[in-house]
Design a protein around this ligand. Structure first.
Ligand SMILES: *Cc1c(COP(=O)(O)O)cnc(C)c1O
Length: 353
């Protein structure tokens, strides 16, 4: 079965084999060495200087929520949202009882940069929060513009990079990024269960703003700096993550992966265009490389399309929230061969032609 949902993704045999490795205690030197190795490899993906990688046991959402530890409990922040994941960060701030404003845009639109710029100029926000690749629609948000606004105003940016880390370009300094959250099981092609935050050392030097015992970034960072972890990391999943990071580096790093995804998505898009299937967003140029959202053709239900493709060995993804039943999404992360892409094109033609 080839997974075309935005994580978890199909893994290579080597990564899957790493999951079935030896049982180790997370307090033993061999596991500490593994954690050290994995953290170094995370740093090496973009080579961003001055950022500390911090591993978190949990899915991508756990890393995003832990990242919010850099916001002081008394500070006010600004969320710039245009989809499920931006709105989820606002929900986290609500749950953490942290004051915040939200600049929203329709899910089919880009971030409202005009409103964001006005809010940033008028408010005294400690941080701006945004999603890089909005998986709700597949739009790659314009963090270059938002980051420039943040830089000019001297406000640091916190990024949900869960579905873009290792697949898209991230300009750590240019975009004024203070921290970004991501996961093992999307563009890195690891197994689900471990996620991470890359955070500027300066932010870790401030007191923790965590409102949770478990999701306290500073606590994880302090222990990991000593080669330890405060709580049990998923040991087997961490070994698989290490193997996936090795494969990422050996295959040419994020740039090569970006090019592979672009070629795969290009193939999916041209096939569906030929079949007269329309994009959810205005045009192809606003999409990232990892996922595309399509409007369901008239007379087709998502359930029938999903079942038909699943019979051929492909799992596609439904729309979330207001898009449920109106769209379908095809992600191209993970271990997918050229032959799989050929078969997918044929399967889509048979299902929608
Ligand atoms: C997948 C994803 C998440 C986290 O999802 P989990 O199910 O918690 O792994 C967060 N943000 C974005 C943009 C995502 O694509």
């Amino acid at each position: 079965m080839i997974l075309l949902n935005p994580g978890p993704v199909s893994m290579t045999a080597k990564v899957r084999a790493a999951l079935a490795g030896e049982d180790v205690c997370h307090r033993e030197p061999e596991f500490k060495a593994l954690v050290g190795r994995v953290r170094e490899k995370i740093s090496a993906v973009y080579g961003a200087a001055g950022f500390t990688p911090v591993l978190i046991g949990g899915s991508g959402t756990a890393a995003v929520e832990t990242m919010l530890s850099v916001i002081a409990p008394t500070a006010r922040s600004l969320v710039v949202a245009n989809g499920v994941y931006g709105e989820r960060m606002a929900a986290m701030l609500r749950a953490q009882n942290k004051a915040h404003d939200v600049v929203t845009a329709p899910w089919t639109s880009g971030m409202d940069l005009t409103a964001a710029e006005a809010a940033i100029a008028g408010g005294s926000f400690s941080h701006v929060l945004a999603v890089h690749h909005e998986t709700t629609t597949g739009r790659l948000n314009d963090l270059a513009s938002l980051g420039a606004i943040c830089k000019k105003a001297g406000v640091p940016l916190l990024v949900d990079a869960v579905s873009s880390f290792a697949g898209e370009d991230i300009r750590w300094d240019e975009w004024n990024i203070e921290a970004a959250a991501a996961t093992a099981n999307k563009c890195v092609h690891g197994a689900p269960g471990v996620s991470f935050v890359l955070v500027k050392d300066a932010a870790l030097a401030r007191p923790s703003g965590a409102t949770s015992v478990y999701l306290d970034l500073h606590r994880h960072a302090a222990d990991q700096a000593k080669g330890s972890t405060p709580f049990t990391l998923p040991t087997h999943v961490t070994f698989a993550f290490d193997a996936a990071l090795d494969e990422l580096a050996a295959s040419g790093g994020w740039k090569a992966r970006h090019a592979t995804y672009a070629a795969r998505s290009g193939r999916v898009r041209s096939t569906l265009r030929e079949l007269g299937v329309g994009y959810l967003l205005d045009d192809e140029s606003v999409y990232g490389t990892t996922l595309t959202s399509f409007r369901l053709p008239e007379g087709k239900t998502y359930e029938a399309l999903h079942a038909r493709l699943k019979d051929d060995g492909f799992v596609i993804y439904a729309g979330q929230g207001k898009f449920d039943g109106a769209i379908f999404r095809i992600a191209v992360m993970g271990e997918i061969t050229e032959r799989d892409v050929d078969r997918l094109a044929a399967s889509l033609r048979a299902a929608l032609g």
